[in-house]
Unconditional design. Structure first.
Length: 54
């Protein structure tokens, strides 16, 4: 994502929107296994929270 940002392309908004849409359709445990997220992060997204990554 850093390379895209260096080119002036903002990928994070689309990524967050996609995560929110997936979390509406999939349980947190499936989302965490599918995307390699920790279960607590997947639950946070599932509850409508923003996913904060560094």
């Amino acid at each position: 994502m850093r390379k895209l940002t260096a080119l002036g392309i903002r990928a994070r908004p689309a990524r967050n929107t996609t995560l929110m849409e997936l979390s509406a359709e999939l349980p947190a445990v499936v989302l965490s296994r599918l995307l390699g997220l920790h279960i607590s992060r997947a639950e946070m997204v599932d509850q409508g929270g923003r996913l904060h990554t560094s």
